[in-house]
Design a protein around this ligand. Structure first.
Ligand code: HEM
Length: 366
């Protein structure tokens, strides 16, 4: 292996095994208990996932810290993107790793499953830390599950379990990545208007209203076309477009008040070609890609589980596959997904104002 370290604290040169702690690492697979190949494979697959989770949590904390700053220097956005890209690649790798797990046959698993007792991935405190750090809310979880409830029970068992709970509680008290991202988005210059500047509220309201009316008009025009073509059940179609239009309004103006974070997100997504918005949109894409890769990870876990244990109750006592499938509906960055429904093709979006602020002097700017 290459350089990057010159020796250990005694000033002696490291060995490969010493640097990586291999002697310790390779003593953690229960060889002394005479586990079968199947069971060792089960242990190693879990351990490698947990090692990756450790790295993922570090990367995500860094992204959160970058975005939580009151002022995020432009040069920090690419750093956040590279942390996110690494996490996405790790997730892709882990999603593929379920295939290795699937080499375990149902009978092969049954041979040692009883020995697991109630131990379950449900108790993966690193996975819970990741969810909390990202900003998965309790109300969004299956049955409004309290993610710490189980760990409070476990915490009395050992110091390590108490430390895991303490870490989760600390994470819960911190700003989530979703909140940091939303706050950052709310400071997006919209139609040339800076966050907190004079007349900003009016400029943003004017932009949002212009977008909403263009969106509503598309619905009406499409309905009129469909009606002219004699589409069946035109009333139902009309209601669908009307509720899409109401939904767009609720999204951008919940309780009648403009949500500047969502307006900023809409602006970035709508005017993606503007040079100043290039990195913000790359960052948004990176977050969407990350969440997509997490959803696929959950989906493939559920399929692997279905293949190995069918519809059995999980060792943790959940409904098993049904529970896991329900978790594939989780969306932490709901706004980033939601805004896609509202986008308009370039010719129909409100005319850009103050394009020069975004490093753009192309046609169509005022
Ligand atoms: C034979 C292999 C596996 C089976 C049959 C299996 C089964 C299950 C089941 C049924 C659950 C739902 C909770 C419960 O009632 O136990 C679960 C949850 C979970 N499993 Fe697995 N699993 C397997 C392998 C893995 C591996 C290798 C990992 C990697 C760390 C893992 C991570 C998780 C996590 C993180 C959860 C919690 C999901 C959540 O609550 O959102 N599982 N698993």
């Amino acid at each position: 292996m290459g350089g990057g370290y010159s020796g250990n604290s005694d000033g002696k040169n490291f060995t490969y095994g010493g640097y990586l702690g291999l002697h310790d690492l390779l003593s953690l697979q229960r060889d002394e208990q005479g586990v079968s190949n199947d069971e060792m494979h089960f242990i190693i697959v879990h351990q490698t996932f947990e090692l990756w989770f450790k790295q993922v949590n570090r990367e995500l904390r860094d992204v959160r810290d970058i975005l939580a700053a009151e002022h995020v220097p432009e040069s920090d956005v690419p750093k956040a993107v590279s942390h996110l890209s690494r996490v996405t690649e790790i997730y892709r790798l882990m999603t593929h790793q379920w295939k290795v797990m699937e080499t375990l046959t149902p009978q092969g698993f049954l041979a040692f499953r009883d020995g697991l007792g109630t131990a379950s991935g449900f108790e993966s405190y690193q996975m819970r830390e990741m969810e909390i750090l990202l900003g998965l809310e309790d109300v969004g979880r299956v049955s409004d599950m309290d993610p710490l409830g189980h760990f409070r029970k476990l915490s009395t068992r050992s110091e390590a379990d108490a430390a895991a709970l303490a870490r989760l509680e600390k994470t819960l008290s911190e700003t989530t990545l979703a909140t940091a991202l939303s706050n950052w988005l709310s400071r997006t210059p919209i139609m040339g208007s800076l966050y907190g500047s004079e007349n900003d509220d009016d400029t943003v309201a004017e932009y949002v209203e212009a977008h909403l009316s263009a969106y509503a008009k598309i619905g009406e025009d499409t309905c009129a076309r469909m009606e002219a073509q004699g589409v069946d059940n035109i009333e139902a179609v009309r209601n669908r477009f009307k509720s899409a239009s109401d939904g767009a309004k609720d999204f951008l103006m919940p309780n009648g008040k403009i949500n500047r974070s969502r307006a900023g997100l809409l602006f970035i997504e709508s005017y993606r070609e503007l040079p100043l918005l290039a990195w913000p949109r790359v960052l948004i894409d990176a977050v969407v890609e990350l969440e997509e890769s997490m959803v696929l990870f959950r989906t493939h876990h559920a399929r692997m589980v279905e293949r190995i244990i069918g519809r059995r109750v999980g060792t943790g006592g959940s409904s098993g596959v049904d529970y896991l499938d329900a978790t594939t509906k989780y969306r932490i960055f709901g706004d980033l997904w939601g805004v896609r429904t509202l986008l308009l093709k370039a010719e129909l979006r409100p005319t850009l104002k103050h394009g020069e602020i975004y490093g753009f002097a192309g046609d169509g700017t005022e």
